[in-house]
Write a protein that binds this ligand. Sequence first.
Ligand SMILES: Cc1cc2nc3c(=O)[nH]c(=O)nc-3n(C[C@H](O)[C@H](O)[C@H](O)COP(=O)(O)O)c2cc1C
Length: 212
Amino acid sequence: MKLHDLRRDYELAELTREILNDDPMLQFQDWFTQAKEHAGLPDPTAFTLATVSAGGQPHQRTVLLKQIDPDGFIFYTNYDSEKGQDIKANPQVAMHFAWLVMERQIRIEGCAEKIDKDAVDAYFASRPRASQLGALASAQSSPIAGRDELEERYQQLAEKYRDVAIPTPKNWGGYKIKPSRFEFWQGGRHRLHDRFTYTKTADSWTIQRLQP
Ligand SMILES: Cc1cc2nc3c(=O)[nH]c(=O)nc-3n(C[C@H](O)[C@H](O)[C@H](O)COP(=O)(O)O)c2cc1C
């Protein structure tokens, strides 16, 4: 089969201005709740995070959404990783949720900032020990000769912290992405998809329908 024969129609739902919430965070919450409840959609918290390096090179990778605040989206990572370095040079980032079984995608653009150390510590303490040790053992995004070295480091740390609380690694924490633009996309018949953007103004959001 040729790749160009792989196609399907999008006809699950329609998105109209009337059913959109005026507040994009509430609209996000609404779709997110539906995504969590959708049996065929694993990992609804997973999204693609796009960053741009100091030299202008875009990078993207999957991370997990861990908290939704009224003013932004929180994920956790290693601050020294490639994404951490990109964000340090340029805090403008983009998020992408591809909920294709629902014929939906959400694009969000905004500014990333580190969250408070207290909140990081509280979240880190809530993680399973294996995840805590993994975060401590990995200098994320740095090269390593082999997996053995990582496993060994993990075992040494497991021994070192046997029966005691594991401290949050100094270079590990969370970012809050404060959104300035959203786009909600719902696949439509005849490739006439529904797209609505929300752009932040001084004290509200401007909503526009875009051509597909
Ligand atoms: C399903 C999934 C979830 C992931 N969640 C995270 C996460 O929450 N935080 C994180 O730092 N990396 C996460 N990763 C790993 C990242 O995709 C990436 O490999 C890592 O963060 C290094 O990226 P960087 O070198 O661009 O900084 C996840 C990967 C997958 C496939």
